[in-house]
Design a protein around this ligand. Structure first.
Ligand code: HAM
Length: 452
């Protein structure tokens, strides 16, 4: 019997692996511009980190964690999200003592949640996230929202919507919890079993219930925005003001309450509003978490962050028909006739790679005709043919795979010949987006091979 992949997991190869690499490169580029440094933390942590960090009232901790005892009888958990591990490391490595405040960190890593798999929801998934520590300035909240917004814009995604809410500070939430408990108390029997448990643990979670989401009892519940105290209101107003300064469209939506317990003040979700996308349409989510570092016994440090679900982002690109640059091409494909030519072709292939060309060779001793087909299949710009005559007279036959024209090039002139020919090709961008019109081509937005 074949062993198959586990339910809710994905393999990435060919196009999907290319897409993954492309998105990681873009994330890297954007993070570089915003001054975020890459961070890598362990794939598993002590279970306690998540029960204390993400919160015992959350579905993630209650139902979705991959938790087990290791051989030393320690309870460990495969990380269900990135923030808690980053905060743990921030404290443990005393990153708060760094002179670069705010400390800006990013990650792109796999996460694990035991959820019911469906399109856009997996048990192992990838998150690209950013976390900024050391400032409660609402400008930083707006900046953290502007990162995914810019990334989506650069990728050409058009149908996305930012929904934002405030969960206020601790006082606000205590008052709001009381109001919710008073409101839900007479209705509690009409809510699902999970909500009945949530009522005493954390009534805010009831608002996030998937089962009762269309229940009028939930819809008519008090709104947190009516309970913000003066400070929380001022913080939220300022975040909105800074979003407006960046021309970022948003919708204030009191239903955004988030599924993790660590949030304070502004929280947000970015949805793909694409027809047929399915119910798992939140491609990015985040917010401020001013108490988490302190709750995990670090020094009082305010923080804000977000994470993008990479599989959902890939799905959104697909649904909006956004192609990513195809790097399945070759500059050169080497063809040889006979053993002596094969050795020489092998050496030239290696030399071309050293010189920076994307080059490959026939590994299957094909006929010339089959090799030309192969060069086409591999999308090669040039084929180099080495036969008896080429060996004897120290030249190479270079075939332009587009025009089918062949030229004899001296061995020593090969790289300068290829450089010149390939840069001619590069100069003439023929993509529909820009026609390589320098004035009009916004290279960041153009997805043609030459601009990427
Ligand atoms: P989250 O909302 O749980 O937040 O996850 C963030 C994003 O990860 C979601 O919006 C979604 O795109 C993706 N995601 C979540 N679960 C799955 C799944 N089962 N399959 C596929 N994609 C999924 C967090 O994790 C917070 N740590 C975000 C954050 C960072 N807040 C502050 N800093």
């Amino acid at each position: 019997m074949h062993v198959t992949k586990m339910k809710g997991t994905l393999d990435f190869f060919d196009d999907s692996a290319l897409k993954y690499q492309f998105l990681e490169d873009k994330a890297n580029m954007v993070c570089h511009r915003f001054g975020f440094n890459k961070m890598i933390t362990p794939i598993f942590e002590a279970t306690e980190l998540f029960t204390r960090g993400v919160g015992e009232g959350s579905d993630i901790v209650n139902k979705e964690m991959y938790t087990f005892l290791d051989k030393g009888e320690r309870s460990i958990t495969l990380r269900p999200e990135g923030t808690a591990g980053i905060v743990r490391s921030f404290i443990e490595n005393k990153l708060y003592a760094n002179d670069r405040v705010p400390k800006k960190l990013w990650y792109l890593e796999n996460m694990f949640r035991y959820e019911r798999p469906q399109s856009g929801r997996y048990r192992e998934f990838l998150q690209f996230g950013c976390e900024a520590f050391g400032s409660d300035d609402p400008m930083l909240d707006a900046e953290l929202i502007s990162i995914p917004v810019l990334l989506f814009e650069m990728l050409g995604l058009k149908k996305v919507k930012v929904r934002i809410n405030s969960l206020g500070d601790v006082d606000t939430r205590e008052n709001y919890k009381k109001a919710l408990m008073e409101y839900f108390a007479p209705h509690i029997k009409d809510l699902c079993e999970d909500c009945q448990a949530r009522f005493s643990k954390n009534p805010l979670r009831i608002l996030d219930c998937k089962v009762d989401k269309d229940n009028p009892i939930l819809k008519n519940a008090p709104k947190i925005l009516d309970y913000l105290n003066t400070e929380s209101q001022a913080h939220f107003d300022a975040v909105l003001k800074y979003l407006e300064a960046l021309d970022i469209d948003y919708e204030v939506d009191s239903r955004v309450i988030r599924g993790l317990d660590y949030y304070t003040h502004a929280v947000f979700e970015i949805e793909a509003e694409i027809e047929g996308f399915g119910s798992q349409n939140v491609i990015c989510a985040g917010g401020r978490y001013d108490n988490l570092v302190g709750d995990l016994e670090g020094p009082d440090t305010k923080a804000v962050g977000f994470a993008i679900g990479l599989e959902r982002l890939m799905l959104a690109l697909e649904k909006e028909n956004i192609a990513i640059p195809d790097n399945n091409y070759l500059d050169v494909y080497l063809i040889y006739l006979g053993e002596e030519a094969k050795e020489k072709a092998f050496a030239i292939n290696h030399m071309l790679r050293i010189m920076g060309f994307k080059s490959d060779i026939d590994y299957n001793n094909r006929t010339i005709k089959a090799n030309f087909k192969q060069a086409e299949r591999l999308n090669a710009s040039f084929a180099i043919i080495i036969g008896e005559d080429e060996l004897k007279n120290n030249y190479l036959t270079v075939r332009n795979m587009q025009t089918k024209e062949e030229e004899q090039v001296k061995n020593k002139d090969l790289t300068s010949y290829l450089d010149a020919k390939l840069s001619q090709e590069e100069d003439s961008c023929s993509c529909d987006d820009c026609n390589h019109d320098e004035e009009h081509c916004k290279h960041d937005e153009c997805h043609c091979n030459k601009c990427e």
